[in-house]
Design a protein around this ligand. Sequence first.
Ligand code: SAH
Length: 271
Amino acid sequence: MRTNDVGGGALRRPRVPAAGTGDDRPRAPLPSRVEDLPPPPDGLAEALGAVVAEPAQRAPIILHARFLLAWNAAINLTAITDPVALARLHVADSLAAVDLVAAGPHADLLDIGSGGGFPGLPLALALPATRVVLVEATAKKARFLAALVGALGLADRIAVRPERAEALAAPGGPRVDVVTARAVGALADLVELALPLLRPGGRLVAWKRGDIATELSAAARAAAALGGAPPVVVPAGRPGPSGHVLVIVERRGDPPPGYPRDPALRRHRPW
Ligand code: SAH
């Protein structure tokens, strides 16, 4: 007798793959419904509550973390699984840009390379009037994001695009007020990708850490060539140990045709 039918019942168990199953063996489907998720680890709600100021945002943020941990067993979404570290290094780090984003035009936001959903998902929850596009080139990560957005009931406001941002930046693609990117590529590449995706007056917000002087000069050259303002570095606005600063590049004019270039050409002719 089968006990894991979609109809459910008292015997339904969380459908997560058993540890150590090889790729050649059939895997159980990953959970796409809240009731199929394993219970949250101890301390998760408290850790997230400490970094999410708005009580109404806590339940969806906790759900995000539970999805992340459940799917992380099968697809590599994050190396950070400790609840306190996850709350600070992923959630608080993502939310560091809320005030800055809210201070400018923010009717819509596109997150390049969302991976496990950072920073796009916490920002979407903190900015409930903003339409959000999560762009993720790796198909299985995009499937994770789509399952999460569906379970949150936010599919009408948060879209998941399983493709490269280059495809969306081409003529005829979406144009938004804010482009975000954390842990995705060099700053100059992000400028080249983001400026064509922005409306004039819109801004790229990139999370960067460490010594970024060289990256910043290349990004400044890219911005100048593509109609962007010089990059501005903002220390992350909220407490957080991630060490990230936010780099802002505003779109002022129009990028010339032909940008963003093909990734191979970008590698061959860096800024
Ligand atoms: N932003 C997340 C994930 C960072 S890992 C975080 O901070 O935790 C980088 C992710 O970007 C990967 O999942 C990769 O598949 C995706 N990515 C890299 N280049 C991309 C591109 N050009 N378009 C869309 N996704 C991209």
